[in-house]
Write a protein that binds this ligand. Structure first.
Ligand code: AMP
Length: 218
């Protein structure tokens, strides 16, 4: 199954994408994760991307599309995928459609994770991640067993620099202006389904599975 997960920062799409990729045994591709790895590695891409990421702005398309093409070429997306954080503009969505067509692929479903701005701000201000295994935590809804330490490897949990309040505000603005038009783009192609993304992670996941099952049966 080939899926796109859409939603504002903090909508939980990354957490849900990770879960669904394990259940369906498909590739989870997060452009944000790839960029953060590039920044941590200090690569040329990372250094160029960091300037935009630190402000909460989008990284230019030329870098993003290259990352996607590379993965299509290396065939890691052949058994299905869930795209998380990509596409983020209508131009990226159109470029993706053309790229997928070249590889004989298409999108089965675009899922929109619906969540209010208040909830987003609350979640992002409590969000922490493990720099070693990338596991996500949240105060107070998803606490690690030991304060400030990852349950899996004991590493010290960190806060993403772009989760600081002033950057979050810009990321939400960028989402509304540049990313939201994609919702209509997929709606017009009858590919869009909404999932209410407030409440416990497991309930949202159940709803997601239900929606995907309905899609398979349709
Ligand atoms: P995310 O982890 O998806 O919230 O992404 C973190 C940051 O990486 C974003 O605020 C952007 O600066 C950058 N980024 C991630 N994905 C994309 C994309 N598809 N297009 C442009 N910039 C992106």
């Amino acid at each position: 199954m080939n899926l796109i997960f859409l939603g504002p920062p903090g909508s939980g799409k990354g957490t849900q994408a990770k879960m669904i990729s394990e259940t369906l045994d498909i590739k989870h591709l997060s452009t944000g994760d790839i960029l953060r790895e590039a920044v941590a590695a200090g690569s040329e891409l990372g250094m160029k991307a960091k300037v935009h990421m630190d402000k909460g702005d989008l990284v230019p398309d030329q870098y993003i599309m290259g990352m996607i093409e590379e993965r299509l070429q290396s065939r890691v997306l052949d058994d299905g995928f869930v795209l998380d954080g990509f596409p983020r503009t209508v131009a990226q969505a159109e470029a993706l459609a053309m790229m997928l067509a070249r590889y004989g692929k298409d999108i089965d479903k675009a899922i929109l994770f619906d969540v209010s701005d208040e909830e987003v701000i609350k979640r992002l201000s409590g969000r922490l991640y493990c720099p070693v295994c990338n596991a996500g935590y949240n105060y107070p809804s998803r606490l690690p067993k030991r304060q400030g330490r990852c349950d899996h490897d004991g590493a010290e949990l960190r806060r993403r620099p772009d989760d600081e309040e002033n950057v979050v505000k810009n990321r939400l603005g960028v989402y509304r202006k540049q990313t939201e038009p994609i919702i209509d783009y997929y709606r017009k192609q009858s590919l869009l389904t909404n999932v209410k993304a407030e409440g416990p992670i497991d309930s949202i996941y159940k709803e997601l599975l239900k929606v995907l099952k309905e899609n398979q049966e349709a």
